[in-house]
Design a protein around this ligand. Structure first.
Ligand SMILES: Cc1cc2nc3c(=O)[nH]c(=O)nc-3n(C[C@H](O)[C@H](O)[C@H](O)COP(=O)(O)OP(=O)(O)OC[C@H]3O[C@@H](n4cnc5c(N)ncnc54)[C@H](O)[C@@H]3O)c2cc1C
Length: 370
């Protein structure tokens, strides 16, 4: 056991959506947890994302991921109620169903072909279906004439990621604490790990890397593998509007506050978090073609965030074999998977069963692919 003071049973590095969910879940198993983050107000991807709890289209060729995403979405009702009750902060989750709108027959054909392939593999949302133009119009009267159809999945929905984050952190039980520290190194020693940074050090029996893109620097010293790259996504936000859109779509959604968020660009721009006019124009044009009423809406904000991408886009869940007690958890769908990270994934770490329960998400798959 660790000594008192700046020592803990489990240190979780990174207090974004992934680390905060894990810290909450681990602390609820009774463990003493310290959540370490460089700047607790700067959550990178966790503050910059689109807020979808999304299942449809996920896990093509990867049934375990399709199943994980479905399980996560199904867990969100209970998770959101739990957060609201325990913290007094509602994550504004609604399972509205989700639409991927096609603006051409070619787009709809591609979506239909992907869906057919997904239906031919086990797991995932088998009840996702294609809507033709009339069925889409019946579901969404405000849809524009350019929309030719859509894929619809009843399990999809959306949440407010910042409120989710605040709720999880507010709910951390008394034996958990948060330490502001930029971690420069995690050093294994005979009885555990020393987490070092400019602002001091923390010793821990076990350590979980959940630092988003920051994992790439910290993982190698612990025999963990985090071949991550940033993928930029830009988002535009309108002023508050009257109710316009009761269903989440993959690139336009109306938040609980009435603002409409748009975007889903996928850009290879290194660590540059700048926005560009050309991408903003594309996003806005597509949104207005889908929902003509948006043509008159005023934009109030735009930003860019960096997704935390693994080579195949799937989560990486790893338990170190060279340094037992060190784990890595990272994913590019941290909103969707938060319900599981705070639940079954945290329990798997607590029980040292991460590898045996999630073999499909081991980074060994990258070596096999190579
Ligand atoms: C534009 C965009 C749209 C997205 N849309 C969705 C969506 O609709 N649905 C969905 O499910 N997901 C979405 N995502 C993905 C989701 O936001 C991420 O999967 C999730 O936020 C990742 O959380 P994280 O905690 O791993 O990383 P981050 O949010 O990056 O948090 C990592 C934390 O670790 C800290 N840190 C890093 N290095 C160190 C260090 N050395 N020492 C101490 N602390 C450190 C950082 O300060 C940060 O707070 C989107 C992402 C983007 C960018």
């Amino acid at each position: 056991m660790s000594m008192a003071g700046d020592s803990t049973e489990i240190a979780v590095i990174g207090a974004g959506l992934v680390g905060s969910a894990l810290a909450l879940g681990l602390a609820r198993t009774g463990a003493r947890v310290t959540l370490v983050d460089a700047a607790t107000d700067d959550f990178h991807a966790s503050a910059a994302n689109f807020g979808l709890v999304w299942v449809q289209g996920k896990g093509l060729g990867a049934p375990d991921y399709a199943g994980l995403s479905l399980r996560a979405a199904q867990g969100w009702d209970g998770f959101a109620a739990d957060l609201a009750q325990g913290s007094g902060i509602s994550p504004a989750y609604r399972r509205t169903g989700g639409l991927r709108i096609a603006l051409s027959e070619a787009e709809l054909d591609r979506t239909r072909a992907d869906l057919a392939r997904l239906h031919n593999q086990p797991g995932g949302a088998q009840d996702t279906r294609i809507l033709d133009r009339d069925a889409l119009r019946a579901m969404l009267p405000g849809i524009g004439p350019a929309a030719v159809g859509a894929a619809y999945c009843p399990h999809d929905g959306h949440a407010d990621p910042l409120r989710t984050l605040r709720a999880m952190r507010t709910m951390l039980p008394a034996q958990a604490r948060i330490k502001a520290m930029q971690v420069t190194r995690v050093r294994p020693e005979a009885s555990g790990f020393v987490i070092e940074g400019g602002e001091g050090r923390v010793t821990a029996d076990r350590v979980v890397l959940a630092a988003g893109l920051g994992n790439a620097d910290l993982a190698p010293g612990l025999g963990l593998h985090a071949p991550l790259r940033p993928q930029r996504g830009q988002i535009l936000v309108t002023e508050r509007l009257p109710p316009l859109l009761d269903i989440a779509t993959h690139n336009v959604r109306q938040t609980a506050d009435g603002t409409v968020m748009m975007g889903d660009s996928k850009e290879d721009a290194g660590f540059d978090r700048g926005t560009t006019q050309s991408v903003a124009h594309k996003i806005a044009t597509r949104a207005v073609r889908s929902f003509p009423a948006l043509a008159h809406a005023r934009l109030v904000r735009s930003w860019a965030g960096l997704r935390v991408m693994s080579p195949d886009g799937l989560p990486i869940y790893e338990a170190s074999t060279s340094n037992p007690g060190a784990y890595l958890v990272t994913c590019h769908s941290g909103v969707t998977l938060a319900s599981l990270h705070a639940g079954e994934v945290a329990r798997a770490i607590a029980e040292d069963a991460l590898h045996s329960r999630y073999p499909a998400f081991s980074p060994a798959r990258f070596a096999e692919a190579a």
